[in-house]
Design a protein around this ligand. Structure first.
Ligand code: ADP
Ligand code: TRP
Length: 336
């Protein structure tokens, strides 16, 4: 059976919430269990320091994100799981790729264009005011992440498609100019992946402050769920989807039958308060075991570190030989 190589990175800023779990973590872990894929998953901490300049937060969220994936069932035996900064080959490749990347290509990157637009909107004379090279060159580092392991499929959110296309472009340019060493990657967008709504009905996101944290205890989860907006309908009055994000959030944690029964009960007058109890119970039930594992892991950061080091060793066994070929292809090799 031919195996497909799938790779994705997770930026290490912020503590994971239910939206990350439903939209990214849960589906990726399910996919990694399939036999016809060889999967690579890494903590993109060098990407993390582009936007976040708080060392404590970078460090804390690297641990939290690693513990999250492991607690949610990522099997480090099946998936090569590593921290980007443990693979120096990625940064070496990053420079070689920087030397063949057209500046014009980077000028077109969405994140950079948005920052420039922001300056123009604010009437800044210098359109590059306060824009750092990390942000500008971000797509090249992402390209190095992908090409270093010759990944074919790159599952990402829609906002990242452009970066994967740039990686494809840069790989093609290298192959053409020097030697056919790189696989041309493809972005994989899963249209089935759910977008979870937050407490206020907008997409759940840390930037909106409407999240339900993943790693709280049952009581705190109930408190967060209690903040989901509803209307003023009394117990006994019929309540319908569209009147509260409760319905959609419930769906993300229940089977189709359970969701239908929940909708039915609300239509028959179930009180919002009771519905919130049912939702919190559902979330707490699904997360009970992962939460236990998360606590255990967080209490043993040395254990997480060990897993990451083993992953890095595995990843470097792949990266080093390819990087040697890349260096030789551009003319960097021993004299004799
Ligand atoms: P945030 O919007 O909170 O900053 P990120 O941009 O860090 O979240 O997202 C990390 C991952 O989680 C991405 O793969 C993203 O698609 C997914 N994700 C984030 N919020 C949601 C959501 N509300 N529903 C589904 N997936 C989400
Ligand atoms: N830039 C991606 C994001 O913000 C994270 C990332 C870094 C990534 N390197 C990658 C994703 C390589 C896929 C492949 O979501």
């Amino acid at each position: 059976m031919s195996t497909k190589r799938v790779l994705t990175g997770v930026t290490t800023t912020g503590i994971p919430h239910l939206g990350n779990y439903v939209g990214a973590i849960r589906p990726a872990i399910r996919a990694s269990r399939s036999d016809d894929t060889e999967s690579f998953l890494f903590l993109a901490d060098y990407h993390g320091i582009i936007k976040c300049h708080d060392p404590a937060l970078i460090h804390e969220s690297t641990q939290a994100v690693a513990a999250t994936w492991l607690a949610c069932g990522l099997d480090p035996e099946r998936t090569t799981f590593y921290r980007q900064s443990d693979i120096p080959e990625i940064l070496e490749l990053n420079w070689i790729l920087t030397c063949i990347t057209a500046k014009g290509l980077m000028n077109r990157a969405h994140a950079y264009k948005a920052a420039v637009q922001d300056n123009l909107d604010k009437g800044q004379e210098d359109q590059d005011h306060q824009i750092e090279m990390g942000l500008y060159s971000y797509p090249i580092l992402m390209t190095a992440d992908i090409l270093m392991f010759n990944a074919h499929d790159v599952p990402v959110g829609r906002d990242q498609i452009q970066h994967v296309e740039m990686a494809r472009d840069i790989a093609g340019r290298f192959n053409h100019r020097f030697e056919e060493l790189f696989t041309l990657p493809e972005a994989k967008i899963d249209d089935q992946v759910e977008t979870l709504v937050g407490l206020d009905g907008r997409k759940m996101s840390k930037s909106y402050g409407n999240t339900i944290p993943l790693w709280e205890n049952d009581k705190k989860t109930q408190k967060s769920v209690n903040k989901i907006i509803t209307n003023l309908k009394e117990p006994g009055e019929a309540k319908f989807p569209g009147e509260s994000p409760l319905f959609e959030i419930y769906q993300a944690f229940a089977s189709a039958e359970e969701s239908a029964a929940f909708t039915q009960m609300l239509a028959e007058g179930l009180a919002w308060g009771e519905a919130k109890k049912m939702l919190a119970a559902k979330i707490n039930q699904e997360l009970a075991e992962p939460r236990e594992r998360y606590q255990e892991l967080t209490a043993r950061p040395d254990r997480i570190e060990e897993i990451l080091q083993a992953g890095a060793a595995k990843a470097r066994r792949e990266a080093r030989p390819l990087l040697d070929k890349v260096r030789a292809a551009v003319g960097i090799r021993a004299l004799t």
